[in-house]
Write a protein that binds this ligand. Structure first.
Ligand SMILES: [Ca+2]
Ligand SMILES: [Ca+2]
Length: 186
């Protein structure tokens, strides 16, 4: 079944003032039930998670090609989102508790079942696949997932595990949002 993703350009800001006390106002994305909110003020992963919770949501759960493609298209269509702050956008996927076991934060331990989202690229003759738990800059490795910009000319926004302390933009998701129903201005 094809979800009806719609861009909701939120011109009636008063309706959303509680959810938007801080952070730049950027166009949201609605899948008919859940509202995906994009933020370019850079935060580390935990701070981004906490901000999403304060807004009544969670870091986004992206566990299907459909959702991933809709978000990628949304980012590509909107100039402000194209240049990701910090080189990518945090979302809810992480392996902080158990290395190599990826779950979604705020989703009662929902595990990753959509594995095609990970970035895979050719570097010279090698294929580099994410997640790689890179320890070059931190011996603890990489335990928080971003949608990785990855390429200046043709951003991919595929999944990459990154250092949780890095400061990036982020995507919150409000489940069954009232702003995502008949009141949506999309
Ligand atoms: Ca890891
Ligand atoms: Ca990585």
């Amino acid at each position: 079944m094809k979800l009806n993703f719609r861009v909701s350009l939120l011109f009636v800001l008063s309706v959303f003032s509680i959810a938007r006390e801080s952070g730049a106002v950027l166009p949201d994305l609605c899948d008919g039930h859940n509202l995906f909110m994009f933020f370019k003020d850079r935060k580390d992963w935990v701070s981004a998670r906490d901000d999403c919770i304060l807004r009544g949501g969670r870091l986004a759960l992206i566990n299907s090609a459909e959702t991933h493609d809709a978000i990628k298209t949304h980012i590509r269509n909107i100039d402000e989102l194209w240049n990701a702050a910090g080189g990518g956008y945090w979302f809810g996927l992480n392996d902080r508790d158990n290395e190599g076991t990826y779950v979604f934060e705020g989703s009662a331990g929902v595990e990753l079942t959509y594995h095609d989202g990970w970035c895979s690229e050719k570097v010279g003759r090698r294929i580099v696949n994410q997640p790689n738990n890179n320890t070059a800059k931190n011996p603890d490795g990489q335990d928080c997932a971003q949608l990785w910009r990855n390429n200046k000319k043709k951003p991919k926004y595929d999944f990459d595990d990154a250092y949780c302390d890095n400061r990036k933009g982020y995507i919150c998701e409000i489940v069954n949002s009232q702003d995502c129903g008949s009141g949506n201005l999309g």
